[in-house]
Design a protein around this ligand. Structure first.
Ligand code: HDE
Length: 671
């Protein structure tokens, strides 16, 4: 078999066809003389059927859309590579994890789950983190999320869960939101979702950036080494920049200001050369320890706490190239849990098993038939040889006379030989529709999550429950959820019940174990790639600003000058170019702000609002020169994370590196 047109054929064609690379043609290669006017019988007459260019152009346009993904419709992709730190041959025979000299190409697609393709990025939702490794042994897809657990334990519940969280069927409201009756009705009746719901109500569900987001394989998988010995494995992606989130109020404003906030952030970072990096870590559990935990390793609503089984970093991934065409690559990429390479294998996790069916099935519809692995972004790097044939959109011209095995006509080729071998796991049991009793406990890890949160994280979780349940119409559903919260933690149940005006349910006794790794407070920070606005006006001390800006930029920050009008700002002696004019900029699109003027800006409402809003959202605020006058005008209630005085450079950089000041008193600052 051979590709439809190889390089030689193309050369022959090129020799024959006069090359004018600017000339437009139809899909059949026929030159087009006019693409602005349809063919008519008279200049004011009807359009003619014989206008093949018109018909082809409109037909192609009419067919531009393919069905969006049933879930994870909204996504953003990037290319890069993965490289192992050391050989993992003792546990897996996967070549890309054993040979440190191999740079395995990857394509990653980040996504939200519930919203349609055109929905806003910064909604409260779990994020997809799907990685396609183009390994020397074929494609390996690690199709994960940014939470380590899931809502349900068995794949057969997935349509129920998705129908519950998606917009309600009668009016298709609300878009990309879980704050509605059907979702919370499902939750109250399906308590296995409680652990995941805790993650969803935390700020983990509103990431600052795809570059600042952990990823998890969720299920327990298997590594298998060359001698067939298996080890349980959980996969984790750890971002180099740490894990950081937005705050809810900010999210609501970003949705209007920049619905593409996370997509743009990823795109711009890569264009700028600030390549996102993630470390791949594994938790390894010997098969002999399968039953050493107080939960079932096959239950996808449970984590293995890092304190119990530490993470072992095994390699890093760098995303260094944006796709050339969103549709061709990010939209047409087809992930499938069943794309797996020798050395990695599945377990009997019933959620994982359900997924093994769903992904291939969904691609057949979405990408219009069985030949989607021939689409460039889905193609493995190594040669594909088999007897699979025909079907819609076949791009290969198979020349062989045989498409069966065994055969003698083609010398027995292609022949199955030393390839992927499934781990030989002994399985026995009664054929039964039932879950193992080891899947029955639903609250312990939800409690562990709550116990491990910093005070500010707990406050945000309570506020999220109040927002979500505050949008639920049916009182019985709210009461049902609050009852489950009492089994998670009485403090949580009490705070939510009070906010909803419901009786506080009797609280049981809960454990006080913690897993410090679960708190975002434990995450590393940094100045690199943080977006800082410098508010200036004519008369600002330009040299002072320039020095601060250069220092922050040398640490990788992105500083933008914001001023009352476009052009330049400063004075006659020195000036700086204005990146954004005040009324076209908003604090929610930045990580921190420096007030560099107060003489002019203190009298301007939008400038004062900028400072007040940054304060409410916990952002570092600095002031230089007359900028303190602007802070005075904004009447901030305290100075936590507000950096003033002589030479703020070092202290302000430290404040930016710490991400947010969540313990501010925001009660007196108007929203
Ligand atoms: Fe998916 N999921 N899923 N999922 N999932 C899809 O595949 C499904 C689950 C995840 O960027 C679909 O190509 C079932 C867990 C990501 O293209 C579909 C079940 C996790 C993406 C599908 C799950 C995920 C998908 C929709 C329960 C985290 C986006 C379109 C058994 C570990 C991939 C598509 C991309 C996409 C089915 C549960 C992650 C319908 C049946 C758990 C990141 O096949």
């Amino acid at each position: 078999m051979k590709p439809e047109s190889d390089a030689k054929d193309q050369q022959l064609q090129a020799d024959r066809v006069p090359a004018d690379e600017r000339a437009m043609t139809t899909d059949q290669g026929i030159p087009v003389d006019d693409t602005d006017n349809s063919l008519k019988a008279g200049t004011r007459g009807p359009t003619l059927m014989e206008d093949f260019h018109f018909r082809e152009k409109i037909t192609r346009f009419d067919h531009e859309r393919i069905p969006e993904r049933v879930v994870h419709a909204r996504g953003s992709g990037a290319y890069g590579y993965f490289q192992a730190y050391e050989s993992l041959a003792e546990v897996t025979s996967a070549e890309f994890l054993n040979d440190m000299s191999i740079r395995t190409p990857v394509f990653v697609r980040f996504s939200t789950v519930a919203g349609s393709r055109g929905s806003a990025d910064t909604v409260r939702d779990v994020r997809g983190f799907a990685t396609k490794f183009y390994t020397t042994q074929g494609i390996f897809d690690l199709v994960g999320n940014n939470f380590p657990v899931f809502f349900i334990q068995d794949g057969i519940k997935f349509p129920d869960f998705v129908h519950a969280v998606k917009p309600e069927p009668h009016n298709e409201i609300p878009q990309a939101q879980s704050a509605h009756d059907t979702f919370w009705d499902f939750v109250q009746l399906q308590p296995e979702s409680m652990h995941m719901v805790m993650w969803l109500m935390s700020d983990r569900s509103i990431p600052r950036s795809f570059r600042m987001m952990q990823g998890f394989g969720v299920h327990t998988f298997r590594f298998v080494n060359a001698s067939g010995k298996a080890t349980f494995v959980k996969f984790h992606w750890r971002p180099k920049l740490g894990t950081h989130s937005l705050v809810w109020e900010e999210v609501l404003r970003i949705q209007g200001n920049d619905p593409d906030f996370n997509r743009r952030d990823l795109w711009e970072a890569i264009e700028r050369g600030a390549f996102p990096e993630y470390e791949l870590c594994v938790q390894l559990v010997p098969e002999s320890a399968e039953f050493d935990f107080d939960f079932d390793l096959l239950d996808a609503t449970k984590i293995i706490p890092e304190e119990q089984v530490p993470l072992r970093p095994i390699g890093k991934m760098v995303l260094n190239r944006n796709p050339d065409n969103f549709f061709a690559e990010t939209e047409q990429v087809a992930f499938h849990l069943g794309n797996i390479v020798p050395g990695i294998d599945f377990t009997n996790d019933p959620l994982l098993q359900g997924r093994l069916f769903s992904y291939l099935d969904t691609q057949l519809l979405r990408l219009g038939g069985p030949n989607f692995p021939q689409i460039p972004v889905n193609r493995p790097l190594n040669d594909v040889r088999n007897d699979q044939r025909d079907g819609f959109h076949q791009h290969l011209i198979h020349e062989s006379r045989t498409s069966y095995a065994p055969n003698s006509i083609s010398g027995g080729c292609p022949a199955a030989m030393d390839g992927y071998r499934h781990h030989q796991e002994k399985v026995e049991g009664t054929k039964i529709r039932m879950r193992s009793p080891s899947f029955d406990e639903h609250y312990r890890q939800a409690t562990l999550f709550w116990n491990s949160m910093a005070d500010w994280e707990k406050r945000h979780i309570v506020a999220a429950f109040l927002f979500e349940l505050g949008h639920v119409e049916r009182a019985a559903i709210k009461e049902g959820v609050v009852k489950h919260l009492a089994s998670v933690h009485p403090d949580l149940a009490e705070a939510v019940a009070q906010g909803l005006g419901l009786p506080v349910p009797p609280g049981g006794t809960v454990h006080s174990d913690t897993s410090p790794a679960l708190s975002m407070t434990a995450q590393p920070g940094g100045v690199a790639t943080r977006k800082i606005a410098i508010l200036m006006a004519d008369g600002t001390d330009v040299e002072g600003v320039r020095a601060l800006k250069e220092s922050l930029e040398s640490q990788g920050a992105i500083c933008e000058v914001v001023a009352p009008r476009e052009g330049t700002v400063g004075g006659t002696v020195a000036s700086l170019p204005v990146d954004r004019q005040l009324s076209a900029a908003t604090s929610v699109l930045y990580d921190a702000v420096v007030a560099a003027d107060g003489q002019v800006l203190a009298a301007m409402g939008p400038a004062k609002f900028w400072i007040m809003e940054a304060y409410r959202h916990g952002k570092p605020i600095g002031a230089v020169g007359s900028g303190t006058l602007l802070l005075d005008a904004a009447r901030l209630p305290d100075s936590l994370g507000v950096i003033t005085g002589d030479d703020i450079t070092q202290r302000f950089a430290e404040a930016v590196a710490s991400h947010r000041f969540y313990d501010r008193d925001v009660s007196s600052v108007p929203a």
